[in-house]
Design a protein around this ligand. Sequence first.
Ligand code: NOJ
Ligand code: CA
Length: 698
Amino acid sequence: MVLLHPAHAQRTEMVEMKKVRLTFTLDKDGVPFYQVAFDGKPVLLSSRLGFVLSEDSVFYKGFQWKGVERRLVDTVWQPVWGETKDIRDHYEQLIVHLEKTGGGGAAAMGSLPGRQLDIIFRVFEDGVGFRYEFPLQPGLKYFIVSDELTEFHLAGDHKTFWIPGDYDTNEYPYTTSKLSEIDNKDLVKKSTDIAVRVAPDEYAVQTPLMMKSAEGLYINIHEAALVNYPAMQLHVDRGSFTLTSRLVPDAVGNKAYLHAPFPTPWRTIIISDKAADVLASKMILNLNEPSKIGNTGWIHPMKFVGVWWEMQTGKSTWSYSDFSDSTGAAGGLIPNGRHGANTANVKRYIDFAAKNHIGGVLVEGWNTGWEDWFGNWKENVFDFVTPYPDFDVKEIMGYAASKGVHMIMHNETSGSATNYERQMDTAFRYMNRWGYTSVKTGYVGRIIPRGEHHDGQWMVNHYVRVAQKAAWYHVMLDAHEPVRPTGLQRTYPNWLACEAARGNEYNAFSNGNAPEHETILPFTRLMGGPMDYTPGIFRLKGYSDVPGRQVHTTLAKQLALYVTLYSPLQMAADLPENYEAHGDAFQFIKDVPVDWDDTRILEAEPGDYLTIARKEKGTNNWYLGAITGGHSRTTTLSLSFLDKGRKYQATIYKDGESAHWKNNPEAYTIEKRMVDSQTQLTVQLAEGGGAAVSITVF
Ligand code: NOJ
Ligand code: CA
């Protein structure tokens, strides 16, 4: 629809989908702007669009209107794995074609061809996605983005859940504050538990950024399909509540090297008056390309245990020796006697996995190089194929195969992506040869190529190359310390999970995660994709020699996280002996699925509480997880999502009466009762507590 536009506006277009309204304007100076409203209320006030290119420093003004295209799409597709069986993709698309005449003196003489820019908007029922596209054109071929100027001009001083805009990490704790109060300087400075921190703008934050307005509107800003482009961080203007795109720079300060035709990642704005709708949104997945992997039969979600938490808590070591120069007369490393990845110990985990129907076993510290793997900005750290002398790969892989257990390879790069790129084929051939079906990668440390950042264009491309290479070798991928995900798991369904946030591991080696942390993650980091959070810690205190160190949840909440923190790859992170000490509670981890036909967000409030019910893939069984932040809570849940007339048995794992994350985290009770679709289930959650319920057909 073409509107009567204000006198100064050159042109205005509007798209509406239910409560969401997008307005695009090209003003009299040829500057593109957009606005977003929800249910008649402004969400984004007039916000600028455009770029500074090294070829054209004002690629944000002087545009002329060339026309629009509109299209309505309403389809349903099926993910290879996921939270629901079917995903509806329903939007109206508006493509705006803009052009500017050639710049400089040559243009005056009319000899330079014009430059074109398309802006593609997709308006969904739950928000707006838009991307820029540089079409194939004679006037712009190879070019460099100096800055992207995209703005999100918020209508108020919203409550915001944020972490610092850091070029190298997403592993910060969340701060909840008003937009006008955002300042990351102190937090960055004191976060010495994070290996690499580069946050030059104290007013910049990461996406996904979650906000709540005073009127109760929930707004989430992120991006989708981040490929061949740096991550977008947001600079906050604390006076006007305007967020401006800040792209992570490369080693020489440029942002992106592009070659037209090129579409940028989508910028996403998810909006609802219900927090649950934000979590249920499929917009980011919908804005990604369908799977590029034809045969996906080899991709299978699973749970896993690992020779891992024992290293994180100091019980054993990744390294074989304590020092790289600690060698004996024959030149070999002198063992420290505490190496975790030894054959006997690995077999113990394989036995535990087999006995409890846990699909996989991860082993870290199996390959040489861990004596001085970190902090030296070394080019060549690991070769990914040389085991320590006490890790008998042949025996281990044969043993795992005989027990039907999948082994998960560990490739820590220490940030030396160049080294990994050189070794990658060799590493994946090694996995194929020995039968590893998955790999966990890691990027702890300053990046090589030196000067690059974890979230810059070069590394964004690296992570995708690893996913593609893994797919070629039929290996599933779990990346630690990559750029935060943007829905690419739709395109590369072998890329099952990422860390890219502050995981449970921070409870092992630092002061850990606050009780509200896991109620914020689904609204922030997980909006882009599944997280390998490593839940399931049962021994919540006393696992570390450091006084005061503990996990800031109850045991029942650790169970609930298997439902509330979605991942097709879920670790049962604690030690086998700690699970054996609580076999009754461990039953929930054994039973809980990792792939789902349906998901219902029953209640949600970021920073406060979250309750989700999910239906197991291919069955009629449901699993429910309820968590709370720092406050205790009583909630009554309607089980009306169950099939009418069907009887189910519910097993309820809940906080004991005296449970409290701080003083009594391991108190829980387990209760069984019959339920049906009429049942109202009341559960009490302790401070930092939770409840997990399996509801199986009787
Ligand atoms: C950090 C990862 O998040 C963790 O899971 C891993 O154990 C260490 N790096 C060592 O690779
Ligand atoms: Ca990490």
